[in-house]
Design a protein around this ligand. Structure first.
Ligand SMILES: [Zn+2]
Length: 371
């Protein structure tokens, strides 16, 4: 399976390209965050889908208007994504596109596996068809739902999760609802949330998803971003997503999204189940680097292959730590990937599963100290 699919599957909080924590910090310190729930992307989408249903042409200006709304800017629509979006909107909402619709829906997992564009197109089409099917309910929801009420609920959820939270650092993000594939996206200017996904979630799930995203921004204030090592970055992501997932996931099923092919579900589940083995493989790589058996370039290349978006392995480790009764320790050290691994080792000893070597722990401790 290509690296794209390893990363693409089940990333609920995909940062858009070029997003760095420094940008987020700047965005926050400039006071750009507010509680606005932006619906302009959704409104433009429905304008265009209404015209498409009547077989009317959409002008270039109308498309440009759609993609310049806040939600689409947060996701970062490049030319390829724009084309996918435009074509799938036509395929879903025109009444003369049945053959194309069926041919995309009938693609096999093998067809999709090495074709990122078709994979995204199919996910988008599946969501658009669902939006079309439920458009009456979605429009009513857009008119009647109290979007502001969720702010207090999600802030409270994050506060109750943390030990001694610093209230001033809990930032409620700007949120834009969009019609895209099923998911949510995060950038310095806010979170874009697919309307259909938002609508189909319970109030508790919406609250918890937002608290998960706020946790990332909160944690970013405490992390040492000067550490450039690829290994450290992978471990950092694993800790960040693993702890955040404890806020909004109840089990492995909670990661499943509409339209995700079975093979990707299987890949995610096996990555989760095989966490001790994956850590053992990582340990071997680190020790061969320490013993000068592989070059730094080769080491970095191998390490980067362990980045499965952080969720599967992170969630496994965080749950393991919680299950052996070390939740307080987990939350007290939520900003330190090294402490996360030390807690993993404590839990792994109890559970009789793979324990990371002392050399590995010492190596990452030194990475943290050197900066
Ligand atoms: Zn996340």
């Amino acid at each position: 399976m290509s690296k794209f699919f390893k990363v693409a599957a089940f990333c609920l909080c995909i940062a858009t390209l070029n997003t760095t924590m420094a940008q987020i910090e700047t965005s926050i310190s400039n006071g750009q965050q507010n509680s606005l729930i932006d619906l302009s992307s959704v409104d433009k989408f429905f304008e265009i889908s209404d015209k498409t249903s009547l077989n009317k042409d959409i002008s270039e200006d109308e498309w440009n208007d759609l993609f310049s709304t806040l939600g689409y800017s947060i996701v970062g629509f490049n030319r390829v994504r724009r084309t996918i979006h435009q074509e799938m909107l036509m395929v879903a909402f025109s009444d003369n596109q049945q053959i194309k619709r069926d041919s995309i829906l009938n693609l096999s997992t093998e067809d999709l596996q090495n074709d990122m564009i078709t994979y995204l197109a199919r996910l988008t089409l599946i969501n658009f068809l669902d939006i079309k099917e439920n458009q009456k309910e979605l429009r009513l929801f857009r008119e009647t739902y109290d979007f502001d009420a969720i702010k207090k609920l999600s802030v409270d959820r994050l506060k109750s999760f943390l030990i001694q939270p610093v209230d001033s650092l809990i930032i409620f993000p700007s949120i834009a609802l969009i019609c895209n594939e099923w998911g949510a996206w995060f950038s310095p200017s806010g979170i874009a949330f697919d309307l259909n996904f938002f609508y189909n979630s319970t109030e508790e799930k919406r609250t918890n998803t937002l608290a998960h995203e706020m946790f990332h921004t909160y944690r970013a204030k405490f992390v040492n971003w000067n550490i450039k090592s690829s290994l450290f970055q992978v471990l950092n992501k694993i800790q960040d997503e693993g702890i955040a997932d404890l806020i909004n996931k109840t089990d492995i099923e909670s990661f499943m999204e509409l339209g995700t092919p079975q093979e990707f579900i299987d890949f995610f589940v096996s990555t989760y189940d095989n966490t001790p083995q994956i850590l053992s493989d990582l340990d071997v790589i680190v020790r061969s680097f320490i013993n000068k058996e592989i070059s730094e370039d080769r080491f970095n290349e191998k390490v980067e292959n362990f980045e499965y978006s952080g969720h599967a392995n992170g969630y496994y480790i965080a749950k393991l730590i919680r299950n052996v009764g070390l939740m307080d320790e987990l939350l007290q050290t939520f900003y330190s990937p090294v402490e996360f691994l030390k807690l993993y080792n404590k839990a792994a000893k109890k559970e009789n599963i793979y324990v990371l070597s002392d050399e590995f722990i010492k190596f990452v401790e030194n990475l943290e100290k050197e900066q």
